[in-house]
Design a protein around this ligand. Sequence first.
Ligand code: HEM
Length: 137
Amino acid sequence: MATVEASGSDGKGQGVETPVTYYRLEEVAKRNSLKEIWLVIHGRVYDITRFLNEHPGGEEVLLEQAGADASESFEDVGHSLDAREMLKQYYIGDVHPNDLKPESDSKTLQWAYTLPIYSVTQQKQNIKYLKTLMCTA
Ligand code: HEM
């Protein structure tokens, strides 16, 4: 795990900068049990341990994705905006840049436009991420 002051500040003190914690996928993969369950959705890491019993779609589907990248299954279900908003309660950090895989399907692009805004830094990262997708789509 690595915590860094997220870049994006121009040094003029604008915006609220939040440190981002980066997790390697191998760390995420270890959190795959009822005791502790993490998921990756679109490059972000979520600790959904306390959400397991509350998930309207049941805990089984979450357990199937435990410790892994659940972006595709999350999108396949067509989760509502409310569900996307809920994600931020469980957000703990980002996937380490070295472990990021490019996502270029149209579902991801649709999703990217509905991203909740966590912070100014996150917003800048979203824009950067969108630009990457635009170039690889
Ligand atoms: C932390 C991540 C997740 C959150 C916050 C979340 C939240 C929700 C919410 C709020 C609903 C109710 C319907 C809606 O508002 O869209 C729902 C339904 C559902 N979710 Fe998730 N979900 C998550 C991850 C997943 C994953 C990874 C799967 C994998 C397959 C999944 C499968 C389902 C299914 C099957 C339903 C029921 C859909 C239906 O009955 O129409 N969810 N989820």
